[in-house]
Design a protein around this ligand. Structure first.
Ligand code: GDD
Length: 395
């Protein structure tokens, strides 16, 4: 792969946020080009990318998605990555989860690739979290894992640890284009190859998110949610540094990846607020504004890569109400961040009321947060899951 070097990097304490990097070639081949020493371009060799894929788990959170889409996503993930499907699909009256497991079983018959699948609401999974003292993920009433994509991500991180992977990436199950999924994984791997710190995150930035109109396709660059979330995340940084910035372009990046070393020490916010919260938490914890409990991270720094995909992103359109909920959750975590001052809080309230998302006299709800997965004893957790046969393993 041939990718631009980050032409600008914003520093916030020990956090390095690299500007969006464009891809020149998805596959840069084996042959040396006449002029290889272009200092603004990284050439990442295929075997370097493949080595990372072997150490990478891809988590697919799924809730009532079309099976054809799930199967397409599976087909796009490079064979050497472990696939971890975390499902919250219904089990009755129609057992959609069983259909997902059957899809994986059929896929395994012909590909023999390693995959794990688990149901988010499995009582034994909740028990394993309970016994290891990780109560933040449980729904108080039902004594099961709460609904939510971030909750699925944490389950995925834990399973990636049980199979001893070094990196974990997240790819939604409702992606229409398997070739794009394949690119997302290559981009994650490229980011890990470029990283100098072991605490690294790679976030995909969409070149286009096309919309279908009567007259054909329109290649939209920004979604309404990401544009607004990015604006407020950037304002948080600008308010603290005194310099305006537009560095954050991936505030809501659902498709992103982390080194396990970073994923293990982050806190997470419930549901769809996870992606902006990860950035906020990194800024809060490693931005040098308060003493940290992780001096080793301050020493090495946290690196955030934003890589622009070549493939356009086509996914299921879940409607206006869903988008409004997602924006509310994104702006809520910014509003409740200790980095958000009173002025910015008022601006966020105005934004939410002008978009008819929240009455201007109300405070945005604070989504539940979940402590770092590192606090969970991995041996006990794995043992409990294995004893209860909680997850199905293929390969
Ligand atoms: N296991 C599990 N549990 N999966 C879930 C849950 C849940 O409670 N809720 C949603 N999912 C799955 C969906 O099936 C899909 O594969 C993925 O999580 C994303 O959910 P969508 O409902 O499709 O979200 P979206 O497409 O509107 O938003 C996506 O893109 C945003 C950026 O544009 C998500 O990835 C967001 O997190 C992201 O911010």
């Amino acid at each position: 792969m041939r990718v631009e070097i980050p032409l600008y990097t914003e520093r916030f304490g020990s956090v390095m946020i690299h500007d969006v990097q464009r891809i020149l070639e998805l596959d840069s081949g084996k042959r040396e080009a006449a002029e290889e020493n272009i200092t603004t371009i990284h050439k990442i060799e295929r075997d370097e990318i493949e080595k990372v894929e072997d150490r990478l788990a891809i988590v697919i959170p799924v809730k009532e998605e079309k099976l054809k889409l799930l199967e397409g996503v599976l087909s796009g993930i490079p064979h050497d990555c472990v696939v971890i499907v975390v499902s919250n699909s219904q089990r009755s009256p129609i057992n959609r989860f069983k259909m997902e497991v059957d899809t994986l079983a059929r896929f395994y018959r012909f590909t023999r690739r390693k995959m794990l699948v688990i149901h988010q609401k499995d009582p034994a999974l909740a028990l394993a979290f309970h016994e290891t003292g990780y109560l933040d993920i449980l729904d108080g009433e039902e004594k099961l894992v709460r609904d939510g994509k971030a909750e699925a991500m944490i389950i995925g991180i834990m399973l990636a640890k049980t199979v001893s992977k070094d990196f974990v990436g997240f790819i939604d199950a409702d992606n229409y284009i398997p070739g794009a999924v394949n690119e997302y994984v290559k981009n994650f791997a490229a980011g890990f190859c470029m990283a100098e710190s072991p605490y690294v995150m790679v976030r995909n930035s969409w070149k286009y998110k096309p919309k279908v109109y009567d007259r054909g396709l329109y290649f939209k660059k920004w979604g309404r949610i990401s544009e607004t979330t990015n604006k407020y995340l950037n304002l948080i940084i600008s308010n603290h540094t005194g310099f305006e910035t537009e560095i954050i372009k991936t505030g809501n990046a659902g498709e992103h990846a982390m080194s396990i070393q970073l994923a293990d020490i982050l806190k997470y916010s419930s549901g769809f607020s996870a992606e902006p919260f990860e950035l906020l938490y990194i800024l809060e914890e490693f931005g040098g504004l308060k003493p940290t409990s992780h001096p080793e991270v301050i020493e090495r720094g946290v690196e955030i890569f934003q890589i622009e995909t070549r493939n356009p992103h086509f996914h299921e359109d879940k409607g206006e109400k869903h988008l409004k909920e997602m924006l509310l959750m994104s702006l809520s975590v910014i509003y409740h961040s200790p980095l958000c001052d009173q002025n910015l809080k008022s601006t966020i309230l105005n934004e939410l009321s002008s978009q008819n998302i929240l009455d201007k006299n109300l405070q945005p709800p604070k989504p539940p947060t979940m402590s770092s997965p590192k606090s969970i004893n991995i041996q006990t957790f794995t043992k409990r899951l294995e004893e209860a046969k909680t997850f199905t393993v293929f390969g």
